[in-house]
Design a protein around this ligand. Structure first.
Ligand code: 2P0
Length: 327
């Protein structure tokens, strides 16, 4: 046993959003969420535990990360040690294969890859369900990156019952893709963690969000079952906008969206009117992600390239692959 493990996990984008925690420490969400896992963006992480190490070390993209910045990861390693009843510290080497311009949060793939690498290194033989529970403790959205394709995170009611699972889409994923439009943001960033907490606590619209999210999950599952792209798109677009509306109802209100975000939404509308169905969704930032069918992807890329630079527009397939053990 060499106490070493290496794993890859892909990022995911929520189609039905996770927005608000019922338990901030355990990272239990207020509602179920549902995502697609992307082929193009992923994290590779190697973990080596050694009884002689006196602290954890994180090397990210070849550079050592300061203890202050890596603190969240080291608290997560404490959880791993607790769960596996080891006192060994670890040397963590992680590479993010996310184009630097993509402006994508990498915490989902990061914690999913780290969980799988620790599982391998310490030979914990965790099931995917337990890996999802563990990854969730690092970052909620990471619970979904254990799986490829469509994944649903069941909110549960405690640490045991809150985890994600794959949704069988009968290979529909092969026909779909997601286009990212990277928008430069000069405004001050509100992290998703603090944004969702502020909104959950103060938004006049938050209860409305909670009252409708289960219907959205059900509708998306029906659409997946029927391979009904229009139905899927209409629901996810509405759900994403509703999440952003909760932020406008917070006290004080805030928004992640900027004028170019609205320009992309308008282009999406125009593509639809021209007979090319596609639907947008936005997360805790101004970038817009567009779900489309592969057969229409080129038309949508062309429409976007009339307004945005080539490096701002990135397309990705949806991958069937969940976490992978490397080497
Ligand atoms: C999601 N987002 O479902 C939602 C939609 C952003 C908007 O999950 O606090 O980084 O680490 O659990 O997972 C981003 O939040 O938050 C996120 P924490 P996370 O993808």
């Amino acid at each position: 046993m060499n106490n070493c493990g290496k794993a890859r996990a892909h990022t995911n984008i929520a189609l039905i959003k996770y927005w608000g925690k019922a338990d901030e420490d355990l990272i239990l969400p207020m509602n179920n969420s549902l995502s697609v896992t992307l082929d193009r963006f992923y994290t590779d992480t190697k973990v080596t535990f050694n009884p002689e190490y006196t602290k954890d070390t994180l090397i990210l993209n070849g550079e050592e990360v300061s203890d202050d910045e890596a603190n969240k990861i080291y608290r997560f390693m404490d959880l791993v040690r607790e769960r596996s009843q080891t006192s060994m510290y670890a040397y963590i080497e992680s590479i993010n294969y996310v184009p630097t311009a993509a402006g994508l949060a990498s915490s989902a793939s990061a914690y999913a890859a780290l969980s799988a690498a620790c599982n391998e290194a310490l030979q914990l033989n965790m099931s995917k369900k337990d890996l999802s529970r563990l990854a969730r403790r690092g970052s909620g959205s990471a619970s979904r990156s254990i799986f490829g394709g469509f994944a649903e995170w069941e909110k549960g009611h405690d640490d045991e019952t809150s985890y994600a699972h794959a949704i069988d889409a009968n290979d529909w994923e092969n026909e779909l893709s997601m286009v990212f439009v990277v928008i430069n943001d000069k405004s001050k960033k509100v992290s998703s963690r603090s944004g969702m907490s502020h909104t959950r606590q103060t938004s006049r619209f938050y209860q409305y969000w909670l009252d409708h999210v289960d219907e959205d999950i059900q509708s998306v599952k029906e659409a997946i079952n029927n391979k009904d792209f229009k139905h899927l798109g209409e629901v996810i677009e509405e759900n994403g906008l509703r999440m952003h509306a909760t932020n406008l109802g917070a006290q004080p209100p805030f928004t992640y969206l900027v004028p170019d975000s609205y320009l992309v939404m308008e282009i999406v509308h125009q593509c639809r009117e021209a007979g090319y169905p596609c639907y947008f969704t936005m997360d805790a930032g101004p970038n817009v992600k567009i779900l489309t069918e592969k057969k229409n992807q080129q038309y949508i890329l062309n429409a976007l390239l009339q307004h945005f630079k080539e490096e701002q527009v990135i397309a990705s397939d949806i991958t069937h692959t969940g976490i992978e053990i490397l080497e």
